[in-house]
Unconditional design. Structure first.
Length: 294
């Protein structure tokens, strides 16, 4: 494994979810199933506090997404390899192999984009959905405009054709990934040294697949979202959204954007920073538990 750090008390295994892809997954607890999907530039380890709490009465499943951490990283042979549709199908198959045809789902950042796509594509499988600090892909691109959009510079870098972004990032991987860990946290010491090192090592070892994940969000993922918007498809399960107040900074109404995607919505603005599952795990656990009671 890349990472020495693990979620204490959880069992680890590799689960095949596609002919050429197996996911590294930590599983703990017992009870109704709940899948937690990590964001960038992290791994399943970001859920360590939240997962330990929720495992008291749930079967908590924490995978590394395809292309991240210790999961397989297939070559980007086409736009669908890292589409959120493909990654969402990974999650549904993961739960099925582990014995769960229906499950609750929470995602942070990139994992939230996967969770939303899984909820749209597999409404019979996803019972509840939580999204932490992201907008749906189509809305995200529409919200980034003018000088304020510079906050998403990495999105534009990794949207470029294969070659240049991979070389640029690999040449300064520690500085690149470390920048986001620092800039998006609410203060120094957000991550223990061993956790920070695990994130940096895992990300540096996955530059091509991480870029491919982002590149898909500048292409095929937009197509999928646009098709759903045109068809009037929405998330039918109870949805909870936790976000920083990006709307005030970038000039959009986050609640209105999410209402267009979710019929049963609870939307909250939080002050705990982007990495809220690590900087305010109790608050995240409280919101997830409230969601699961709806």
């Amino acid at each position: 494994m890349i990472m020495a750090a693990v979620i204490e008390g959880f069992d680890y295994e590799r689960v095949r979810v596609a002919p050429d892809v197996s996911l590294n997954v930590a599983v703990g607890g017992s009870g109704p199933p709940l899948v937690l999907l990590h964001g960038f530039p992290q791994t399943h380890l970001m859920w360590r506090h939240v997962a330990a709490d929720l495992a008291a009465d749930h079967t908590v499943i924490c995978p590394d997404l395809r292309g991240y951490g210790d999961s397989d990283k297939p070559e980007e042979s086409g736009p669908g390899v890292y589409s959120k549709r493909t990654m969402g199908a990974d999650v549904v198959e993961l739960a099925r192999v582990l014995g769960h045809e229906r499950f609750a789902l929470a995602g942070h950042d990139r994992g939230a984009l996967v969770a939303v796509r899984a909820g749209l594509d597999h409404p019979a499988a996803v019972t509840h959905l939580a999204s932490l600090d992201v907008l749906p892909t189509l809305d995200m691109w529409e919200a980034l405009r003018g000088v304020g959009g510079a906050v998403g510079f990495h999105l534009y870098l990794m949207a470029q054709p294969p070659g240049l972004p991979e070389r640029m990032i690999a040449a300064s991987a520690e500085a690149f990934f470390g920048y986001f860990l620092d800039a998006w946290s609410t203060g120094p010491g957000a991550f223990p040294a061993e956790v920070r090192r695990a994130y940096l090592d895992a990300s540096a070892g996955a530059v091509p697949s991480i870029v491919a994940d982002y590149r898909a969000s500048a292409g095929i993922d937009i197509e999928h979202d646009a098709a759903d918007r045109a068809a009037g498809r929405r998330l039918e399960m109870p949805v909870t959204v936790l976000q920083q107040d990006w709307g005030a900074a970038l000039g959009y109404d986050a609640l209105a954007l999410w209402r267009a995607w979710a019929r049963d919505l609870r939307h909250s603005t939080v002050g705990s920073g982007h990495f809220m599952a690590e900087q305010d795990p109790a608050g995240v656990v409280r919101e997830v538990r409230e969601l699961l009671e709806r």
